[in-house]
Design a binder for this molecule. Structure first.
Ligand SMILES: Cc1cc2nc3c(=O)[nH]c(=O)nc-3n(C[C@H](O)[C@H](O)[C@H](O)COP(=O)(O)OP(=O)(O)OC[C@H]3O[C@@H](n4cnc5c(N)ncnc54)[C@H](O)[C@@H]3O)c2cc1C
Length: 465
């Protein structure tokens, strides 16, 4: 029997590993997770609750910005928002726990509802017992990463987890961090009545996208949500004041202070490895510590999947890495070569409350060039298609990246329904489709007309090239 231990069975990555290996002939599986109530980040404090609360604010935004509707806009009832969010997440979490129980009922599987730690490379201690493993899978997720800014310990910054549970919010806030968490939660806070200043290090957000996308997002946040965004600005220190906090920042060599009631830290996440006993093992977390096969660089019998490896902390990646790790455990056991986990970039940020989501599938023109292509890039604005105006969502833009032989390489969209269109574009990109073979026929008037416009423009460029 090959004994596989999984640390973090309730998470998306851990449950994927467990589901693949449970009942596999010759495999004995021991699962650990002490999460309370148990259900993993996506369900309890990530994807699902964030979209739940955003949807309430999106409805308010819809009412507020449409001048055909009269009357005072309603306020976001935070008590009700959090109550409904809790109802939903506790249902989803119960479902996840039931799935883990079902896995544990299979032959050769044991589940211990407790956290565990490594006492040497392949020995795990939990509940006062030791478990010897042939393979260890670390799937312990991530925790908010709050920067070591002078004074930060004196001001108790609020993280995404605090915001999702908040039944009251301050009148004003200063925000550090404008990655996907900040981009999603800032309009929620604004719609809930918080007067916000965001500190952004770069000239614009969405650094991996062409600059036009970050510029558009800034315009939307400033004009539609009244958020002040200080770009190319760095935090220097923070201090408590009688009214709240004072954040000292620097821009272009000039110092200034931003005052607000609370500081929000949407400053990313780091692998949850503290207390795992890694110091008792050969593992050395840091740049390159996990191979594309999901094996730890320093121990081929330890696999690290999901947010715990810090490679690409998003849900579908966590799951797919879990499946790949499970396959590779069996490959290693059977003397076959483990395969790398490779994926086509597929990301969605629910910007502007999901009214103007940002989606990216596959290559940007820049990443295509880095990969050795000589791509064609075409663009279109949402305002080019009347349908967006008729739905009162006229902002935004989209780009399509195509190889010289016509193969669709990538799409980026910051516009209404871009999240849904990511699926169509995933099929086009991952299917290696020639743009000239894609049907140029959306039902009129529907928002995918923006994609047809891109396909036509790219086909024209190919003809003329
Ligand atoms: C605000 C927010 C919004 C997000 N929105 C999206 C989104 O819209 N789309 C998307 O794709 N992604 C989103 N994400 C990211 C997504 O939630 C994560 O990438 C994903 O949930 C990570 O799954 P995981 O299995 O790696 O970790 P987790 O789900 O965190 O699982 C880790 C598990 O390990 C357990 N554990 C910890 N320590 C131990 C131990 N010592 N022993 C045993 N068990 C242990 C924990 O209890 C937990 O159950 C969001 C994240 C946040 C914070």
């Amino acid at each position: 029997m090959t004994h596989v231990v999984v640390l973090g069975a309730y998470g998306s990555a851990g449950v994927a590993v467990a589901d693949e290996l449970a009942g596999e002939p010759g495999v004995e599986l021991t699962l650990f997770d002490g999460g309370d109530p148990g259900g993993g980040l996506c369900i309890l404090r990530g994807c699902m609750p964030s979209k739940e609360v955003l949807s309430a604010a999106a409805h308010r935004y819809g009412v507020r910005h449409d001048d055909r509707l009269a009357g005072t806009p309603p306020t976001v009832d935070l008590e009700r928002v959090v109550e409904r969010k809790n109802e939903q997440t506790s249902n989803f979490a119960a479902h996840r726990r039931a799935a883990v129980r079902d896995i544990a009922d299979r032959e050769g599987v044991a589940f211990h509802r407790t956290d565990a730690r490594l006492v040497d490379d392949h020995t795990v201690r939990a509940d006062g017992r030791e478990f010897e493993a042939d393979y260890v899978v670390v799937a312990t997720g991530s925790v908010p990463s709050v920067p070591d800014l002078p004074g930060i310990d004196d001001v108790e910054p609020l993280t995404s987890a605090d915001v999702l549970d908040a039944t009251s919010l301050p009148d004003s806030g200063v925000v550090m961090g404008f990655g996907y968490v900040g981009i999603e939660l800032v309009p929620y806070l604004a719609e809930a009545g918080v007067d916000l200043t965001v500190v952004e290090h770069d000239p614009r957000p969405l650094e991996a996208a062409p600059p036009a996308f970050g510029d558009e997002l800034l315009e939307i946040y400033r004009e539609e949500f009244g958020v002040e965004v200080l770009t190319e600005t760095r935090e220097r220190r923070v201090e408590p004041t009688e009214e709240g906090v004072r954040l000292h920042v620097e821009c272009d060599g000039r110092q200034r202070a931003v005052e607000a009631e609370r500081l929000f830290a949407f400053t990313g996440r780091r692998p949850n490895l503290d207390g795992l006993g890694l110091e008792n093992t050969a593992l050395d977390p840091g740049e390159g510590w996990v191979e594309p096969t999901m094996q730890a660089r320093d121990d081929e019998r330890t696999f690290v999947v999901g947010d715990a490896n810090g490679i690409e902390p998003i849900l579908h990646v966590a799951k797919e890495q879990g499946f790949r790790a499970a396959d590779n455990v069996l490959a290693h056991r059977d003397g076959r070569a483990p395969l790398p986990y490779e994926n086509v970039t597929h990301r969605v940020m629910f910007a502007a409350l999901g009214v103007y989501p940002f989606a990216r599938v596959g290559h940007t023109a820049a990443s295509a060039r880095e990969a050795g292509y000589d791509p064609i890039e075409v663009g279109r604005r949402a305002s080019d298609d009347g349908v967006f105006a008729t739905k009162a969502v006229p902002r935004g833009l989209a780009r399509l990246v195509v190889a010289r032989d016509g193969t669709v390489l990538g799409y980026q969209g910051l516009h209404y329904h871009a999240d849904v269109m990511a699926k169509t574009m995933q099929v086009a990109v991952e299917g290696g489709t020639d743009v000239r073979e894609l049907p140029d026929r959306a039902y009129h008037p529907t928002t995918p007309e923006i994609l047809d416009g891109l396909f036509r423009a790219a086909s024209r460029e190919l003809r003329e090239a």
